[in-house]
Ligand binder design. Structure first.
Ligand SMILES: [Zn+2]
Ligand SMILES: [Zn+2]
Length: 307
């Protein structure tokens, strides 16, 4: 089959499959239903924010951006994630296989760990996934082109659980399918990756963006927390290109020298050129494309002078 029709067929079939899966899951609420588990996790984060807010900064419902973030939760988790992520991973796999086929390789699988002990499987998937997320996040900050899109996530002036989903869909469409490839190399399908993403990654994202006044002590050095992630969102970037890129495990930042957590200080959230950033959903959707088209993305990093 010619490549373009095959890509279209794969995308349509994948979208149909995930749509049917989603409808089935939503019609069958249960505690082991992942959609409801993610929803419960989000509501739990939100309840904790109400009980223990960082009073000094802002209220939970009244904080600037709460309703926009809530819309982003719907847009990125329902429209983009559920409808698009699975399909784009399947298409990426297809294209990779076509390229490898030119060299006589017909499978992405290097080793199949799917028969291994389930705990070991989850541990391996978790570490691979988390390192790839760290690397991808670092690249989002280093590349002028990608930063223009990722800057939409950083232009928020307050944080709450929903802020995790406040990002431009382009950054996800570029990186998530590429991060899927290592999954495919150890024997998993796009469906497995999709489920891992919407549970592990989403729930931790809600947690790290929470507006909560708890101090996390030594836990900050093990996993990314609301405390460490708030410094990732610091308006005055502590170091060139930023700090605390980890998605879950802090070990990556500690290893690569990008861990940053000053004592008894609270960062101001946002980007240095906040006044140039659009405030509404549609404008935020268009803004990075306009920046790239006009070449302005090349100066969008607002980096502090090198010391
Ligand atoms: Zn970032
Ligand atoms: Zn963030």
């Amino acid at each position: 089959m010619a490549l373009i029709p095959e890509i279209v067929k794969t995308a349509v079939e994948s979208t149909k499959m995930v749509y049917q899966y989603t409808v089935y899951q939503l019609k069958h609420p249960a505690l082991n239903n992942i959609y409801y588990c993610v929803l419960i996790a989000y509501v739990a984060c939100f309840v904790f924010e109400i009980i223990l807010p960082k009073k000094r900064l802002h209220g939970v419902l009244s904080r600037k951006g709460f309703w926009l973030d809530t819309f982003y939760v719907f847009f990125n988790d329902v429209v983009v994630y559920i409808i698009g992520l699975f399909a784009i991973c399947a298409v990426t796999e297809l294209i990779f296989l076509k390229i490898l086929g030119l060299f006589g390789i017909h499978s992405l699988r290097v080793v199949d760990i799917t028969g291994w002990n389930p705990v070991l499987q989850v541990a391996i998937m978790f570490v691979i996934q988390d390192f790839c997320e760290f690397l991808a996040h670092y690249i989002l900050h280093r590349s002028d082109f990608l930063w223009t899109f990722h800057k939409i996530h950083h232009a928020q002036e307050t944080l709450g659980a929903g802020s995790a989903r406040h990002f431009h869909f382009v950054e996800m469409f570029i990186f998530k399918p590429i991060i899927y490839i290592p999954f495919a190399m150890i024997g998993y399908s796009a469906a497995d990756y999709f489920l891992f993403q919407i549970t592990v990654q989403n729930v931790w994202g809600f947690f790290t963006h929470m507006n909560i006044k708890l101090k996390w002590g030594f836990i900050n050095y093990i996993v990314n927390t609301p405390e460490t992630h708030s410094w990732h969102h610091a308006k005055n970037i502590p170091r060139h290109y930023g700090v605390n890129y980890a998605s879950i495990l802090s070990v990556w930042d500690l290893m690569f020298g990008t861990f940053y957590l000053p004592k008894n200080e609270e960062p101001q959230i946002g980007v240095p050129d906040q006044k140039n950033m659009p405030a509404t959903f549609m404008k935020q959707l268009i803004h990075p494309f306009r920046q790239v088209a006009s070449g302005k993305h090349k100066t969008s990093q607002n980096l502090p002078p090198k010391k």
